[in-house]
Write a protein that binds this ligand. Structure first.
Ligand code: GAR
Length: 208
């Protein structure tokens, strides 16, 4: 059984997709053992609570220094003894100690087709604003392992979504979630839970 901790900052629709997929059997061999948020008002915490999943809020605001916050964050993640850490809209820079501890055991969902519209400053709605500003006709989402860079780790799954005329950043964000994020994030977890993802240097191989 793959023990998964999900880290969130906001609405938690990706968390919901994971919860639903575990319930309906689209994700097998997996237990969500905890949810951690940096934001006490995150609706994601409510989703965890409603589904009987232990949740914790660890806010940088409650600590004197970033180091103290980072230390506590790692401590709390470790306490759940996860095999896999899932960043599902977790908008906090991951401390280097945590990246090292969970190398090839921590994944992130990013709302673009990496390497487009990713890296520092590209998160949430900003990604979709930039895509519309550039006028691209195809966007999408990526699930990748987390390494020391921003959105640079080995790519596990990607899914493309078409831009439509009249799209606003909000409309496009919603379509990317519905058509890509809520599908590939659960799918990636199921693949990992069933030993189907191998990392070779900075790439992944998906086994049949
Ligand atoms: C999602 O669109 C996710 O891809 C994005 O934040 C949103 C969270 O929504 N993540 C990033 O931009 C990370 N760089 P949710 O809380 O409803 O799952």
């Amino acid at each position: 059984m793959l023990r998964v901790v999900v880290m969130v900052s906001g609405g938690g629709t990706n968390l919901q997709a994971i919860i639903d997929s575990v319930k309906n059997g689209a994700i097998t061999n997996t237990k969500i053992v905890g949810v951690i948020s940096n934001n006490k008002n995150a609706y994601a915490l409510k989703r965890a609570e409603e589904n009987g999943i232990p949740e914790k809020c660890i806010s940088p605001k409650d600590f004197d220094s970033r180091d103290a916050f980072n230390k506590k964050l790692l401590e709390e993640v470790k306490a759940f003894e996860p095999d896999l850490v899932v960043l599902a809209g977790f908008l906090v820079v991951i401390p280097p100690e945590m990246i090292a501890e969970y190398r090839n055991r921590m994944i992130n969902i990013h709302p673009s087709l990496i390497p487009s519209f990713c890296g520092t400053g590209y998160y949430g709605l900003k990604v979709h604003e930039a895509a519309l500003e550039r006028g691209v006709k195809v966007v999408g989402a990526t699930v990748h392992f987390v390494d020391e860079g921003t959105d640079t780790g080995p790519i596990i799954l990607q899914k493309a979504v078409e831009v439509e005329s009249g799209d606003t950043p909000e409309i496009l964000q919603r379509r990317v979630m519905e058509q890509a994020e809520w599908k590939i994030l659960p799918r990636a977890i199921d693949l990992i839970a069933n030993g189907k993802v191998k990392v070779e240097r900075n790439r992944t191989v998906i086994l049949p």
